[in-house]
Design a protein around this ligand. Structure first.
Ligand code: ATP
Ligand code: MG
Length: 431
């Protein structure tokens, strides 16, 4: 991608409507544009990050054995009337009438639809377990949409649904998703803290919330410090669930089961939520399966959500400084930015182009900043949009046979020889 031909409408001024840092930075970095309250257009840079996050989520779901499908955004009210949630969901649900006066709605979640798909096609224990997911836009008419994409009205969610014959096997599915969630968030460079949660309007008896640590987060978390040092290769969900973790209004210092010196206190942002709710929907929506003895039983279900669009904001809350965003490599819109400080100088341009082509060949997500503008603007735009590895090409440096290699994540920079640049960068861009 050449910056001069691309579309990243950065802005210097802090937008007045934005209260929190991620919202400010997303607007300033030209990632989103508000279309109406809580509804955003995703501009190219924002969309690239959204897609990277979506892909990590999808890959970890695939690895965990979940199967992707796609359900519509607009649903008929019928199934919701059957489940009883058409009334219960209240004003958060956007209700629409089609031209024949049929009641429709923009899906805030998909338990009803997926249960209906399941019951139409699966009726035997032999087809269980099943775990189906989709990545689809949701609409919830939140009372107070705010904080940009963190609490939008329209937002992108990965939601999946597990189907099992009984409670024991449903717990296996639950724990499998629990582990997948931890791995997903670790891959994004985040520190996930899992907490026992209330089941709320979804109902049921087992639920965990996943928060990620960010100093600007809304909730205050108290948790066992062990939770900060997870290894994605050795996740034991039962063990993790036994560690202490609570939000501030649940935490009671006197009755806390662990020693004070083992507790950490940090701010967090909720990015995922999982539920086991048993037969709540299967009974109402007639999702029964036959067991070995030929007996019909309502299927045991769980549902699992990750806020993909919220994660874009949450990651920025965890990774930024006063100059802008500092994307972790795995979700960065571009891995490498080649910043040509003097595009009008032939030597600079030839060198920059030649690096650019080599990195394209290596399939690195690279952007070539070939814009004709001041050096100050170039450097500050790149800091703002937060490309993790930056290769800066200047006339004086080239005369000395060097280029500057900057790492946005730790703000370090070094001069390296032209010959060693490729290998240096390839090793830094390994995820
Ligand atoms: P919250 O308590 O924040 O309203 P929730 O309990 O309603 O969340 P779920 O129904 O469990 O959320 O949805 C799963 C995930 O979807 C949440 O963990 C969050 O990451 C995301 N999410 C929920 N509501 C929104 C929203 N209004 N905007 C963006 N993401 C959201
Ligand atoms: Mg909500």
């Amino acid at each position: 991608m050449k910056y001069s031909e691309y579309f990243i409408p950065t802005q210097k001024d802090t937008p007045s409507e934005a209260e929190i840092i991620s919202h400010k930075l997303m607007i300033r970095a030209g990632m989103i544009k508000q279309s109406s309250a809580g509804i955003y257009s995703w501009l190219p840079l924002g969309l690239r990050v959204l897609k990277k996050i979506e892909n990590i989520v999808r890959e970890e779901q695939d690895k965990a054995g979940a199967i992707e499908l796609l359900m519509p955004t607009i649903q008929s009210a019928d199934l919701w009337i059957k489940s009883g949630r058409y009334k219960d969901y209240g004003k958060e649900m956007l209700r629409i009438k089609d031209r024949s006066g049929r009641e429709m709605l923009y899906g805030p979640t998909n338990e009803e639809l997926i249960t209906d798909i399941f019951q139409s096609h699966i009726s035997s224990y032999k087809d269980l377990p099943k775990n189906l997911f989709h990545i689809q836009w949701k609409f919830r008419d939140e009372v107070r949409p705010r904080f940009g994409v963190m609490r939008g009205r329209e937002f992108l969610m990965k939601d999946n649904y597990s189907f099992d014959l009984d409670e024991d096997s449903a717990k296996i599915s639950y724990n499998n998703m629990f582990s997948a969630y931890i791995k997903t968030f670790l891959r994004m460079g985040l520190t996930p803290i899992s907490l026992r949660a209330e089941t709320g309007p979804i109902g049921g008896n087992l639920s965990h919330e996943f928060q990620i640590l960010a100093s600007t987060g809304e909730s205050t978390l108290y948790y066992d410090k062990e939770l900060e040092t997870l290894n994605p290769n050795t996740i034991d969900p039962e063990k993790l669930q036994s560690f202490y973790a609570a939000v501030d209004d649940q935490h009671d210092e006197k009755n806390c089961p662990i020693e004070k010196e083992n507790i950490k206190i940090s701010k967090g942002i909720e990015v995922g939520h999982i539920f086991y709710f048993g037969i709540k929907y299967s009974e109402k929506l007639n999702a029964y399966v036959q067991n070995k003895d030929g007996k019909n039983l309502p299927v045991h279900m769980g549902s699992y959500g990750i806020g993909i669009s919220r994660l874009v904001g949450a990651i920025i809350e965890a990774y930024h400084d006063d100059k802008g965003i500092k994307w972790p490599l795995s979700v960065a819109p571009f891995t490498l930015s080649i910043i040509n400080l003097m595009p009008e100088d032939k030597n600079c341009s030839d060198t920059a182009e030649s690096f650019y082509n080599k990195f394209l060949e290596q399939e690195i997500d690279v952007i070539l900043d070939d814009r004709i503008c001041s050096i100050g603007k170039k450097l500050s735009d790149n800091e703002l949009i937060g490309v993790p590895i930056q290769l800066i090409i200047g006339k004086r440096d080239l005369n000395e046979g060097v280029v500057e290699l900057k790492n946005r994540l730790n703000n370090s920079s070094k001069k390296i020889s032209l010959d060693s640049a490729i290998n240096n960068i390839l090793s830094e861009t390994k995820i």
